[in-house]
Design a protein around this ligand. Structure first.
Ligand code: EPZ
Length: 418
């Protein structure tokens, strides 16, 4: 098992380019199944979840691979399977997006319950009830879901009880070539949804309202391939800013979209960091002792994203005063807290609330990642700790971060992978 060894206490400096967004690339790769042609995806991150998605595409009979460093080429002319193996389904939660896409392409799909980071029970009830409204019959037995649209998929009016990102994406994928129109009310408004809609529209779909919570999809006969550039990863961007806030220093982040993370930038400014933004750049400085911030509640977009909770918590461990997080989206997303406390942090978790009392210093310790963003939070904390930290189970981190140790080393961090 690989580990990261971090020798903390070094300030960061330099410029870093932000990778393409995992949570946009994955649904877009699933959507490529609907095109029946060649898709060229630029700014596609080389992360393990993308390789998992390529294995699913290959399993389905598509061609999928990287042509250049971050250019993925997918050809879905031939689909030979109408299902995904249990092993592949278990690799990540995003395997679920392939359900809507394969149903849209073939009218039948057999899957098992998806895997992914353990953030609490991650039911798929909303996905299934929406697909049933679109004409899909779902037979569930022993964890296998056999989904069939006997008379083809048809449009529907769907009111989501919660603006679920994955459910919104699955409905879009099933609706783009369905008979008639589909309207999704209380839809998720995350920027990755807009990116998926823009990709599909470039392939000939007719989707509107992706950024306003009420999405209308008018079914079309057929889609075609296209060339598309994936949006920058807003959570990876927030992560490297959090690393700098924790370790101190001055960095420039390029190839990012500051408008996607305004609410997070405001939190860093509350901490005492200096933030200047350009069109696709952020100039970030953290050279003063940090201050605690007002309570942070994770919410759906455009609120504070749950995916940024762990990474923003790291610098707050040494901020002067008391900070509070309320995790409203997932039931079990504080697994990094115990590991931070091993480094000397003073954090109390009560249900969905975490109370952080700032301490003067953190100390290097042996820690273990338990999920993707929690692992990234441990890296940020280790950069600010005195002494050497070891982070194991870093396969979680590799799911969403392209060579995190190389990115941070380029900013002057003393971090190696063994
Ligand atoms: C997506 O997960 C992201 N993953 C997550 O990012 C992100 O944390 C999450 O959205 C929230 O923004 C991808 O895009 C691949 P949800 P998803 O459906 O689609 C409940 C990361 O770190 N729910 O919006 O699974 C669910 O249990 C990952 O990159 C139901 O109850 O999120 C959760 O409490 C982690 N029934 C809440 O909704 C359903 O049918 C939000 O889930 C579906 C969801």
């Amino acid at each position: 098992m690989q580990k990261l060894i971090v020798n903390g206490g070094k300030k960061l400096s330099g410029e870093i380019h932000i990778q393409g967004a995992k949570n946009a690339a994955l649904p877009i790769m699933a959507a490529s199944v609907l095109c029946g042609g060649e898709v060229i995806l630029r700014n596609c991150p080389r992360i393990s979840d993308v390789y998992s998605a390529m294995r699913i595409l290959t399993y389905l009979g598509c061609k999928a691979g990287f042509e250049d460093k971050n250019v993925a080429v997918i050809n879905s002319e031939n689909i030979s399977a109408e299902g995904i193996s249990d092993e592949l389904m278990r690799e990540m939660r995003s395997s679920l997006f392939f359900l809507g896409a394969v149903l849209g392409r073939t009218g039948h799909c057999r899957i098992t319950l998806p895997g992914g980071c353990d953030l609490g029970p991650r039911p798929i009830d909303m996905h299934l009830s929406a697909l049933r409204k679109m004409g899909v019959t779902i037979r569930e037995e022993f964890g296998t879901l056999d989904c069939t649209a006997e008379n083809g998929l048809h449009g529907a009016k769907i009111d989501l009880s919660f603006p679920s990102v994955g459910t919104t994406e699955n409905i879009i994928l099933a609706a783009v070539t369905a008979e008639g129109s589909t309207i999704i009310r209380n839809a998720a408004r995350e920027p990755e949804i807009t990116d998926l809609a823009e990709f599909l529209n470039a392939c000939g779909a007719k989707i509107s309202g992706a950024d306003c919570g009420e999405i209308i999809i008018r079914g079309v006969e057929k889609l075609h391939g296209c060339q598309y550039t994936v949006m920058p990863d807003r959570i990876v961007c927030a992560t490297y800013l959090a690393c700098t806030a924790a370790a101190g220093g001055d960095i420039v982040v390029s190839g990012c979209r500051p408008s996607d993370i305004e609410i997070i930038l405001a939190v860093f400014e509350q901490m005492g960091c200096i933030v200047h933004t350009g069109h696709d750049k952020i100039y970030f400085s953290a050279n003063r002792p940090l201050k605690a911030v007002a309570p942070i509640r994770t919410m759906v977009y455009p609120g504070f994203p749950t995916d940024a909770q762990a990474v923003v918590m790291a610098p707050l461990c040494r901020a002067k005063g008391t900070s509070v997080f309320v995790e409203n989206i997932f039931e079990n997303r504080f697994k990094h807290v115990g590991e931070l406390c091993r480094m000397g942090a003073d954090i109390l978790v009560e249900g969905k609330v975490a109370v952080i009392e700032g301490v003067n210093r953190l100390y290097g310790a042996k820690t273990c990642a338990a999920d993707l963003r929690g692992g990234a939070g441990l890296v940020a904390a280790a950069l600010s700790a005195e002494g050497v930290s070891e982070i194991s189970d870093i396969h979680y981190i590799d799911r969403g971060y392209e060579e995190i140790e190389k990115a941070l080393s380029s900013l002057g961090a003393d971090i190696i992978r063994i």
